[in-house]
Design a protein around this ligand. Structure first.
Ligand code: GLY
Length: 292
């Protein structure tokens, strides 16, 4: 478990590809943005990266060959939350989620309703399916394979004013059933923030994360005094005890607390996460429950 920079601002994101996302988030903080701006900007980087097959533009499509994305954002200062699920044709679903939080009386919009809301809010309609992703889908269709593994971008941040925020964005399980929604847009599952305690965001098989409300559990453990690394491990151990597959479910969680302590933890060894403070951005191996 680690501690952030002297001014207390810290951003943590899932996976090695989270490093460039954290860079964008730290830049947003340095320009005077809040933790909310930071987690939104972090997600943008993954969402517009066409080489990332798990998030936004370039993400793997569903079994119909359509990219449907899920995203959410949460802001500790007023316990605000917004999310979108099975959304089509918007480059930055995390920003639509932020508009749901800030410009509507709702928390979650799905499918065509989410798309109509995005259009009404002025979001441009774009094609998220890249030629490369289309080729992957055609190959999958020919071979009739299973759904594919996927690596969600999940981000947590604490800003210099002590505000906490989290975001998630994903194209979900590759070649999923149309309309399938994972954990990422589900408040308490893919992410959770308590402005007085801490924030958590998850990556992994959404169905497994959702059944355990994983991020709510992490924050609840921090609320009763556990440091972020122990809070993540306690949650993962509990999931492994309850699940018939034990520790063989693939899940990673990042967390930060109000004191600026942060951690990443995977069910298995080998979950890298990115962390940034004003002075330093690095990729760190998370702690784990099961060695192999
Ligand atoms: N963790 C993202 C998903 O399962 O869709």
């Amino acid at each position: 478990m680690r501690t952030g920079s002297a001014d207390g601002a810290v951003v943590v994101a899932t996976w090695e590809f989270g490093k460039v996302c954290v860079q964008a988030a730290v830049a947003a903080l340095e320009k005077g943005g809040t933790a909310l701006d930071a987690v939104e900007q972090a997600a943008w980087v993954a969402e517009e990266d066409g080489s990332n097959a798990s998030v936004g533009y370039g993400g793997n499509p569903n079994s119909d060959g359509v990219v449907q994305v899920d995203a959410a954002i949460m802001w500790g200062a007023d316990h605000g939350a917004g999310s979108v699920a099975a959304l089509e044709g918007v480059l930055h679903p995390v920003s639509v989620a932020r508009r749901v939080m800030e410009q509507s009386s709702h928390v979650m919009l799905v499918g065509e309703g989410a798309r109509k809301f995005a259009v009404a809010q002025g979001f441009e309609q774009v094609e998220l399916l890249t030629p490369e992703a289309r080729e992957r889908w055609k190959k999958w269709k020919k071979e009739q394979g299973a759904t594919e593994n996927h690596d969600t971008i999940g981000v947590v941040a604490l800003d210099g004013d002590g505000n906490l925020a989290a975001s998630c964005s994903t194209s979900g399980a590759g070649f999923k059933h149309p309309g399938r929604v994972g954990d990422s847009p589900i408040i308490g599952s893919g992410l959770y923030v308590d402005g007085e305690v801490g924030a958590a965001a998850a990556t992994g098989q959404g169905e497994d994360i959702m059944r355990h409300c994983a991020c709510y559990a992490v924050v609840a453990h921090m609320a009763r005094g556990l440091a972020p690394d122990e809070a993540c491990l306690e949650t993962l151990r509990y999931m492994a005890q309850r699940d018939p597959r034990g520790a063989d479910i693939a899940i990673g969680i990042v967390a930060v607390d109000k004191q600026g302590r942060y951690a990443g933890a995977g069910m298995r060894k080998g979950f890298p996460y990115a962390c940034g403070t004003a002075g330093e951005i690095q990729v760190i191996q998370g702690v784990w429950v099961k060695e192999k």
